[in-house]
Structure formats: structure tokens, C-alpha cells
Design a protein around this ligand. Structure first.
Ligand SMILES: [Zn+2]
Length: 91
């Protein structure tokens, strides 16, 4: 019976650890990343400077400053916009 009791305690300790982690999901970086990707897909800083338009069924990205139009990349790549931003910052 004593041995059984020890095992039971161990199991309880494990459960405690798990339940401590579960509600505190900020500690789990993987989960946090997935959550962010799902809920806020385009929270890149570039979207402060660019807007997405639809012209004739084609998505375009417009620079808010100089109204330059870029092809919208469905893959979510923002490199070209970032490069444009860099140019803006310099001038
Ligand atoms: Zn621009």
C-alpha cells in the first residue's frame, strides 16, 4: 500500500506540472506562433505603409506615400514592399 501511495503521488505531481503549463500558453512558443499565424496573418509592419487594392479582380499593393502599385504576392512575401519602404526611409 505504501508503494502504491508513492506512485500515486508521483502521478499527481506530473498532472500538476501539466495543468500548470496548459493555461499559461504564452510559455509555449510553438503554440503562440501558430495562433498568431492563424488570427493575424498580415501583421507585418509594411501594412502600415501599404494598402491592398483589388483592380479588375487582381490584387495590388499600393504604397500609401507615392501610390506606386505592386503585384500582390499570394504567398505573403513582403520583401519587395519592405525594400520599397527602405527607399522611402532613406529619402
Ligand atoms: Zn512609395
Amino acid at each position: 500500500m505504501e508503494v502504491n501511495g508513492d506512485q500515486h503521488n508521483d502521478a499527481n505531481a506530473d498532472i500538476e506540472n501539466i495543468t500548470n503549463i496548459m493555461p499559461n500558453q504564452d510559455n509555449c512558443e510553438d503554440f503562440g506562433d501558430q495562433y498568431k499565424k492563424k488570427t493575424q496573418r498580415k501583421v507585418s509592419k509594411v501594412w502600415d505603409e501599404f494598402t491592398i487594392l483589388e483592380i479588375g479582380g487582381n490584387k495590388k499593393v499600393k504604397c500609401k506615400h507615392c501610390k506606386t502599385l505592386f503585384k500582390f504576392s499570394e504567398s505573403g512575401t513582403t520583401t519587395q514592399y519592405k525594400r520599397h519602404q527602405a527607399v522611402l526611409n532613406v529619402s
